[in-house]
Design a protein around this ligand. Sequence first.
Ligand code: NAD
Ligand code: HSO
Ligand code: ZN
Length: 445
Amino acid sequence: MQLIQYPAQQQWAALQQRAAAQQAQDVEQRVQQIFEAVRQRGDAALLEYAQRFDGADLASGLRVSPEELAAAVTQVPSELQTAIRQAHANIWKFHATQREEEKQVETMPGVSCWRRAVPVQRVGLYIPGGTAPLFSTLLMLGVPARLAGCPEVVLCTPPQPDGSVNPVILFTAHLLGIDTIIKAGGAQAIAALSGGTESVPGVDKIFGPGNRYVTAAKQLATRYGVAIDMPAGPSEVLVIADESANPVFVAADLLSQAEHGPDSQVILLSDSLTVLEQTQAEVQRQLAALPRAAVATQALTESRAILLRTPEEMLYFSNQYAPEHLILAVRNPEELAEGVTSAGSVFLGHLTPEAAGDYASGTNHTLPTNGYARNYSGVSLDSFFKKITFQRITAEGLLHVGPVVEIMAEAEGLQAHARAVTLRLDAIHSASSTPTASARPAAHS
Ligand SMILES: NC(=O)c1ccc[n+]([C@@H]2O[C@H](COP(=O)([O-])OP(=O)(O)OC[C@H]3O[C@@H](n4cnc5c(N)ncnc54)[C@H](O)[C@@H]3O)[C@@H](O)[C@H]2O)c1
Ligand SMILES: N[C@H](CO)Cc1c[nH]c[nH+]1
Ligand SMILES: [Zn+2]
């Protein structure tokens, strides 16, 4: 982790670069090839990629069978089952508050408009499994999908080398009532979800984080008419620490994201050189004891500890970087939080580890990375809905809004639009001036 002291503003853009950006073109080409293969050869291509990238022989098929699901559920220790149920409850509680009531408004007398949230009908959930089986991600996607009432939910996750799916992922799927589970990972899983294959149903929207192949594939999927939640790639955290921060806690938070993958990135900003130096030393000390030390060490090569002058300067840097996670390890975090304009999720104070949000506090951990927090939100209940607008206009309403439409349509040179109103207004006027008006219901609402 490089230490940089008081960098000039012209240097900031370079310091805010993500490591993953450098290999983007190579990844895109590879993903394009995988997409073409899956779209042309369906299951056969998925089986080949499972062999090549996951070392798995899926001769018994791409789908998890009911027997496999039932057997896996019994393999999860009861302590872990209890923890998953508690996390499920907290995530459910937080996401349930995001439900919106349908509101109807009369914009003019007789002109009623309303909006209804309708669940996306077929959703695909990608659960990473390359180096760690992220069953917590299944909670983050499955809970809002269930709360929204999406009728069809398809889960894709990479197979283990023995051709099975991690039992904890299967237990979590069972808890959520998801039974369409496909043994496919990486770009090939996203390609399959975007067009369907013999074994994989195509979906309308794909959710979930993943490595750079998965993220690039999701972006490619949008060209095939499939929506995505957002680009949620390699994990990141930015910590703003003042002299009140505990270097031991800060180091642990940095490592908790560095251990996700070699292309994860962690940034530490402080106005205290002592905090930076002590945290760096602590990172090295804690790193030595981590089973994923090699992964974290690689992530740390593209990570930075930066000395800046003031809290305002640190906040400005952070908003420009737009981190996936932002930790405010400062004396008055609420005050600083007011100024946050770009971040996926924010963690306030010395006792709020980012890991709490990763697993169990209730917020969603599927968040925009790579600077996309500037323009995307993380996954929420809303992500699983489409908002459809409705309206109904009465005769009174058309008398009010009709002339507005006519004049605007004419000004745009769109006579047919104007006529759609004028013909009805004529009917209303002639109905109201004819004694037999009741014989012509079409003229009324
Ligand atoms: N942003 C978020 O919200 C969020 C949440 C959780 C995890 N993550 C990130 O998800 C990622 C998980 O990555 P992972 O690798 O462990 O699992 P993954 O499931 O995303 O990827 C594994 C798959 O990648 C494919 N792959 C691997 N090497 C390849 C190659 N050379 N060419 C083509 N395809 C290849 C394989 O098909 C494999 O099945 C991490 O980067 C982590 O930081 C992000
Ligand atoms: N930190 C990840 C999101 O970037 C989510 C996660 C899952 N498990 C542990 N962490
Ligand atoms: Zn994490």
